[in-house]
Ligand binder design. Structure first.
Ligand code: ZN
Length: 286
């Protein structure tokens, strides 16, 4: 290229849309041998690529914490739902007068795991400061977070309505007020279902994106495959003695566990990014 630039001692400046991996600060125009003026992260560390081993350690630790509690929360949700089933079967067989407790039991069983999972997913989908300039408003990560919040709010709303004795059921001779309350309950159920479906696809798209940054093409392929396989297992698969959803849950759990192990490896080895930016980094006046 231009021969004159090689003889000077001045480091080239960042020309592309790069954000600091530590804080998201826009690095355009800064010399590559400097540090971020906001957080002190060497500028060169933010220019080396999208792979997770180049990401900020604090960001990776947050993702790892999220993945860990996703593993715990998924098991907890399975156990509490199982316990609710046992309670319901007991009620149906032994204490028929408690039958009105059945819907409440299922919703109560979901409250604690739902909030544990909300917290875990929030950690797991935390924004990468280094991606702040690249992420689109419709990114799977953002969609997943919005859907999660809607699911959590509707879970609480459902639990509250059920506790008040309001169900999404319609019978003849209902007063307008009862119809309005039942319609509200029905709307909450529908909103929750839609948000859960959106969350499901957004989370898998996000996992796929994360897997490409590990990089783990097998995990990325699994995430892609589960977008159709898990709905099949949860839908038609439920007729086989609930085996479909259990298999789906195990597959999903194993995928998260695989990501968790990668995150543990990457944070544990402390593999630092090269101090010198690669030759492909676009610079001004090069
Ligand atoms: Zn910074």
């Amino acid at each position: 290229m231009s021969g004159g630039g090689e003889s000077t001692q001045v480091a080239p400046a960042v020309a592309g849309d790069y954000a600091c991996i530590g804080c998201g600060y826009t690095l355009r125009g800064l010399p590559v041998d400097r540090s971020c003026p906001e957080c002190g992260m060497p500028v060169a560390r933010s220019l080396v690529g999208n792979e997770l081993r180049h990401a900020a350690p604090a960001y990776l630790r947050t993702l790892r914490t999220g993945a860990y509690w996703l593993l715990v929360g998924t098991i907890l949700q399975f156990v509490t739902t199982g316990l609710a089933f046992v309670c319901v079967i007991t009620i149906v067989n032994l204490a028929k007068s408690w039958a009105n407790l059945v819907p409440w039991l299922f919703e109560a069983a979901d409250i604690v795991p739902a909030f544990l999972l909300l917290w875990a997913y929030t950690k797991f989908t935390t924004p990468d400061p280094g991606m702040s300039l690249k992420e689109q408003p419709g990114a799977a990560r953002r969609v997943a977070r919005t859907a999660l919040l809607v699911v959590a709010c509707s879970t609480v709303a459902r639990f509250t309505l059920t506790t008040m004795g309001i169900h999404a059921q319609f019978t003849p001779n209902m007063t307008p007020k009862m119809i309005a309350l039942s319609s509200t309950a029905l709307a909450v159920v529908l909103i929750q279902w839609i948000a859960m479906i959106v969350q499901f696809f957004a989370v898998l798209l996000y996992i796929r994106w994360l897997a490409t940054r590990i990089p783990d093409s097998k995990a990325a392929a699994s995430a892609k495959r589960y977008m159709w396989l898990l709905p099949v297992l949860y839908g038609p698969g439920i007729v086989v003695l609930f085996a479909g959803p259990v298999v789906g849950l195990v597959l999903y759990w194993r995928l998260i566990h695989r990501i968790y192990k990668h995150l543990t490896d990457i944070t544990g080895t402390g593999l630092a990014a090269p101090a010198v930016p690669s030759l492909s980094v676009p610079t001004t006046n090069g």
